[in-house]
Design a protein around this ligand. Structure first.
Ligand code: ADP
Ligand code: AMP
Length: 213
């Protein structure tokens, strides 16, 4: 059970890159998507997570690690996981190493999507997501063909509640404090592949595919 980690600030394009890696056999696991599913189902976990997510704060490590543990326990040993938005703290990174080891697996590569704050603010402010399938668009860089409906299923597009300017600023601050230190954690292990995420969607996807060759 091996894994690739997509690391980078919110809005760097992790989910957008993941879309093409799924075609290469990776199992895309976004903790943000898993949490939004809990919100949609109105579970206790989802309702508590929503309060934190709406403010741009992290959900507690044990909650997120618990979700990943259950997922791994119910997965095929040959699964190749593509983690997006996980790990986000030092504790999560250490727990992920332990979990993978317990399944005789490890992290093969960590792709770091590098993107400056001003680009991120523009990307997140213009992000639109399908209310049904979660497909991700951008009003300028990746518009849906029908503008207000998803290309896949025609369902309505929405703006995420945490994609407003004040919450974006908070998320960037939390990223710098809690997630950016993971860059040295993985650099020391020789796993990091930096990619310039300011390039076009097609160029970033190709660069990532090349690194994972
Ligand atoms: P993340 O998963 O890292 O939060 P997303 O993949 O959701 O980021 O991308 C954030 C927004 O930026 C989306 O609206 C997406 O369409 C857009 N986007 C992603 N990659 C690029 C890119 N290379 N150039 C321009 N816009 C991009
Ligand atoms: P994302 O979809 O990756 O942008 O995540 C949206 C929000 O979900 C984040 O701002 C956090 O509140 C929460 N979240 C997602 N993944 C994690 C994680 N690994 N650890 C803590 N909180 C998370």
């Amino acid at each position: 059970m091996n894994a690739v980690v997509l690391l980078g600030p919110p809005g760097a394009g992790k989910g957008t890159v993941a879309e093409v890696l799924v075609d290469k056999g990776y199992r895309h696991v976004s903790t943000g998507d898993l949490l939004r599913e809990q919100i949609r189902l109105q579970t206790k976990l989802g309702l508590e997570a929503k309060k934190l997510m709406d403010q741009g704060q992290f959900v507690p490590d044990e909650v997120v690690v618990g979700m990943i543990r259950s997922l791994m326990e119910s997965s095929d040993m040959s699964a190749k996981f593509l983690f997006d938005g996980f790990p986000r703290t030092q504790i999560q990174a250490e727990k992920l190493d332990e979990l993978l080891q317990s399944f005789s697996g490890k992290i093969d590569d960590v792709v770091l999507l590098e993107c400056p704050d001003e680009v991120i603010v523009e990307r997140l402010s213009g992000r639109r997501t399908c209310t049904k399938c979660g497909a991700v668009y951008h009003i300028k860089y990746n518009p849906a063909e029908r503008r207000d409906g998803c290309d896949m299923d025609g369902c309505e597009l929405m703006q995420r509640p945490d994609d407003n300017e004040a919450t974006i600023k908070n998320r960037l601050h939390v990223y710098a404090e809690q997630t950016a230190p993971l860059i040295s954690y993985y650099t020391e292990q020789g796993l990091i592949h930096p990619v310039d995420a300011t390039m076009s969607i097609g160029e970033v996807r190709s660069a990532v595919l090349e690194k994972l060759g």
